[in-house]
Write a protein that binds this ligand. Structure first.
Ligand code: KDO
Length: 330
């Protein structure tokens, strides 16, 4: 963590820990996410996590970034203003640059690979650091899906075969360095923007496109204001169920076990629902006038990997971890 961030976060954590001993029946678990209520991760947490902890805690979700701005949720948990979020590796990389390894294009291969990586001992030092230095426990990994390039322009205007075809394309990417780097690595001109502003930006043409998995393109209705999807699969994306360590510390051992299992069960339920949606949505999008096609994936993979090699991100990755992640794949 950078020295300034560290000082701020440690001060916030001290306050949170001092106020963190609440009586069990008073526990409210506020969860903030930019995702909508109908997003499969939101649904899984509401239908699986909430009921599982209901005996001793009230799960209180806040959608569409209505409580905390996107990418500020971890800081809110550290300061005691929030108890839970669905945190991205890119957000974590703001504090711990080594998390960028989980946000790098073409590293994770599938939903199963994400689970294998998250459950492997290789993750232990990553999880420990977040817990010790940020006061956040990462309980489970949620599947968001394969991110693709989704453009306003139709294919007769921009035909995305290789990264060179994205030159000059203003591609909205979420607003952290790791996200922006990925946009550049794809060959595009990345524009930082919060998720909740993307629909309007696509509609008005202030950006040319955005990248997200198919279920998000449908859930957020981006298909209404875009014309094509180049199936780049450049990031098999994930989010972690992030939980306040201060609140965790006030729970009994039994309650902690229930919370952990509830998060894992919700993640599994959301993963299956999201995979099912992902597999079936191509036809729906085509019926709604979009063109979906596979570009030169080898060209994208090698270009993206080339950009990361020798980057400041790759320099922060602990020795041997990339090999261990690769070894857990197919
Ligand atoms: C997005 O902003 O494009 C993104 O997909 C990034 C993810 O990490 C996650 O925050 C997600 O938005 C939101 O949960 C909305 O789906």
């Amino acid at each position: 963590m950078t020295p300034t961030l560290k000082t701020t976060v440690l001060a916030l954590m001290t306050t949170a820990l001092m106020t963190g001993t609440v009586a069990a029946q008073e526990i409210t678990l506020r969860m903030s996410t930019p995702a909508s209520e109908t997003d499969q991760r939101s649904v899984a947490l509401a239908e699986v996590f909430g009921p599982a902890v209901a005996e001793f805690a009230t799960y209180e979700p806040h959608y569409n970034a209505s409580l905390i701005a996107q990418n500020s949720e971890l800081e809110a948990i550290a300061s005691g203003d929030l108890e839970m979020s669905i945190a991205s590796a890119q957000e974590l990389a703001q504090y711990f640059p080594e998390f960028s390894i989980f946000a790098t294009g073409y590293v994770h291969q599938s939903a199963e690979h994400q689970v294998a990586v998250f459950s492997d001992p290789l993750m232990d030092p990553f999880k420990q650091k977040v817990e010790d230095e940020l006061g956040v426990k990462l309980l489970a990994v949620m599947y968001l899906g394969k991110r693709h390039v989704n453009l306003r322009q139709c294919r007769d205007e921009v035909d995305v075969r290789t990264p060179a075809d994205l030159a000059g394309i203003n591609l909205r990417m979420p607003g952290t360095d790791a996200w922006q780097f990925l946009g550049k690595a794809l060959g595009a001109n990345p524009t930082p923007m919060a998720f909740t502003e993307v629909y309007t930006a696509l509609q008005t043409g202030s950006v040319d496109g955005q990248d997200n998995p198919l279920p998000t393109v449908v859930d957020a209705k981006f298909y209404e204001v875009t014309c094509q999807i180049a199936l780049t699969s450049h990031l098999v994306d994930l989010n972690y169920v992030a939980f306040s360590k201060a609140v965790w510390g006030g729970l009994s051992g039994d309650q902690q076990a229930i919370v952990k299992k509830a998060a894992e069960d919700a993640a599994e339920s959301g993963r299956q629902a999201q995979l099912q949606k992902e597999a079936g949505l191509g036809a729906f999008l085509e019926e709604n006038g979009l063109t979906l096609y596979e570009p030169d994936l080898a060209a994208f993979r090698s270009h993206v990997q080339e950009q990361y090699k020798g980057s400041e991100f790759a320099a922060s990755w602990p020795e041997g971890v990339l090999d261990r992640i690769n070894a857990l794949g197919n």
